[in-house]
Design a binder for this molecule. Structure first.
Ligand SMILES: Nc1nc2c(ncn2[C@@H]2O[C@H](COP(=O)(O)OP(=O)(O)OP(=O)(O)O)[C@@H](O)[C@H]2O)c(=O)[nH]1
Ligand SMILES: [Mg+2]
Length: 512
């Protein structure tokens, strides 16, 4: 694993991992209750190390790290931009420190999702991270997705930390589409942020975009469930996914090693991208994640005494105890540092890049929808407006239009264009597909019912026809019998009377 010192330029200036773990005493974790109020868990400072950390300045704006920006400016360049063409100071020397203050004031928004099948210790892990019951498992809300908000304060800045828990995942009888809830949630938060940015008042913007998803895998020696493979595939395209092996204390050292290799192989073969959004510029600096995953973790909310007699978070067994923060036994501490110390900024910035792509795609789609409306004439606009759009707008090079794009929004009513956002909404599409599936099932059922019905009608008709034929046959026989009888009767009569002429008799017989 890379040492922290080797990648100072992208390191998070505040060691949030120490702050979030209960052993950094300066911690203030404010949990947001369902009523929107914050409860404060505060720990008075004890360690002298905190003094040192307090002196380290911290600065972020929209997830940008001060250190990273400053390394871009060498001294000469800084001198140049501080002075005008006559070499006079133009007063922007203090810009970095002003920016630092501003950044520290804004804090940093970070959202972590924990996903994976039920009972693998997601909730326990989050509570172990914070050494406090951030997630209250006694309050059982019957929801597939629950967001917990907290503010972690320290070193003159703060972390607006959100945890997305996904309780009960994979507990249904049919789990074929259970991943949809998480995927929809992630997509929806992106859309919601785009929508917020378009509002006139952007001071109250809430950033719930998911920056990282820890996917918990069941410890086993039989590979990964199909449900996990499918879910990871879907999530990995939308969020920085980091697979972790849950409850790794249930495997022996050898089993764990083999399982890690198996997981890496499955992930490679199935083409599941880990931390998909990391761009080329941070790929080298983030190699530790790619070399280390899947992180093996043991979670616990209990405290034990280690061999040195120190009180530590750990699990007690009949045969002994495990300190979960000891890197000899699991990667809990390394994962905590990876997320909060070493790659917090990378996770936030890379998500920002993904967001930019989504935003640009969505706005582009709106303009193309406007072109469709124009060509299909499905929107009511004046001749003058149509002329403007047809002559002035270049739909092939949207960027070239600059402010004309805005005019296009104005002319083709935004609601018309927003329709496409709904139409492209994965939830809408899924529901539409479901409705279509249901409709097809229903119509297939009715069609087969109708076929059975038709078949039985045909059979009945066949039976009737046969009956009719038999009756006709009987009738014919009866008629013949009648004729014979009548004939016999006439013969008998004629032999008795001799008077009736035989011609009439024959005539009657022929008529019959
Ligand atoms: N052996 C072992 N048990 C663990 C570990 N982590 C959690 N557990 C136990 O596993 C059980 C389930 O843990 P939870 O944290 O509730 O699991 P979850 O993933 O949140 O489950 P759902 O909320 O149902 O999705 C609890 O009894 C935990 O004490 C671990 O690392 N090792
Ligand atoms: Mg849980």
């Amino acid at each position: 694993m890379k040492s922290k010192g080797s990648r100072l330029s992208t390191d998070c200036p505040v060691e949030f991992s120490k702050i979030v773990s209960g052993f950094a005493e300066e911690v203030k974790i404010r949990r947001q209750s369902s009523q929107g109020q914050y409860a404060v868990d505060s720990h008075p400072p004890k360690s002298p190390e905190l003094k040192h950390r307090r002196q380290r300045s911290s600065s972020f704006v929209n997830g940008k790290c001060r250190n990273r920006d400053l390394t871009l400016l060498d001294n000469k360049k800084a001198q140049e931009i501080n002075t005008n063409s006559h070499g006079q100071d133009i007063g922007i020397k203090n810009l970095p420190s002003q920016r630092e203050l501003l950044n520290a004031k804004n804090g940093i928004d970070f959202t972590l999702m924990v996903a994976g099948q039920s009972g693998l210790g997601k909730t326990t892990f989050i509570n172990s991270l914070f050494s406090t019951s951030l997630i209250d498992d006694d309050i059982k809300e019957n929801k597939p997705i629950i967001r917990y908000k907290s503010i972690v304060e320290g070193d003159g800045t703060h972390l607006n930390f959100n945890v997305i828990d996904t309780p009960g995942f994979g507990n249904n009888m049919d789990n074929a589409f259970t991943w949809r809830t998480m995927v929809n949630y992630i997509d929806e938060e992106i859309r919601s942020y785009i929508f917020q940015e378009e509002q006139p008042d952007r001071t109250k913007m809430v950033d719930n975009r998911v920056h990282c998803c820890l996917y918990f895998l069941r410890p086993s020696n039989k590979g990964i469930d199909t449900l996990d493979v499918v879910t990871m595939k879907k999530l990995a395209k939308r969020v920085n996914l980091i697979p972790v092996i849950a409850k790794s204390d249930l495997l022996t050292k050898e089993e764990l090693k083999n399982f890690k290799t198996q997981v890496r192989e499955i992930i490679r073969v199935q083409d599941i991208p880990v931390c998909f959004f990391f761009g080329d510029e941070v790929l080298n600096a983030t190699q530790d994640i790619f070399q280390k995953y899947p992180f093996s973790i043991i979670a616990s909310n209990e405290y034990i005494f280690n061999e040195k007699g120190e009180k530590v978070k750990g699990r007690q067994y009949k045969w002994g105890a495990v300190d979960i923060e000891n890197e000899k036994y699991c990667d809990f501490k390394i994962l905590q540092k990876t997320i909060f110390d070493w790659h917090l900024i990378d996770l936030v910035e890379s998500t920002e890049d993904y967001y930019e792509k989504c935003r640009s795609e969505m706005l582009r789609t709106r303009l193309l929808k406007a072109r469709d409306c124009l060509t299909t004439k499905s929107v009511d606009i004046t001749e003058e407006q149509r002329k403007f759009l047809e002559e002035e707008m270049n739909f092939d090079e949207i960027e070239e239009n600059k402010l004309k794009n805005y005019k296009c929004y104005e002319i083709i009513n935004k609601t018309v264009m927003d329709k496409v956002a709904t139409e492209w909404d994965p939830e809408f599409i899924t529901r539409q597909l479901e409705a279509k599936k249901k409709f097809n099932e229903l119509s297939n059922r009715e069609i087969s019912k109708f076929r059975d019905w038709k078949k039985s009608l045909f059979m009945e008709q066949e039976n009737f026809n046969q009956e009719i034929e038999q009756l006709n046959h009987k009738l014919e026989n009866l008629q013949l019998e009648c004729q014979d009888l009548e004939y016999k009767l006439l013969i008998g009569k004629s032999s008795n009377s001799h008077s009736t002429d035989s011609a009439t008799l024959v005539n009657v017989h022929i008529k019959r």
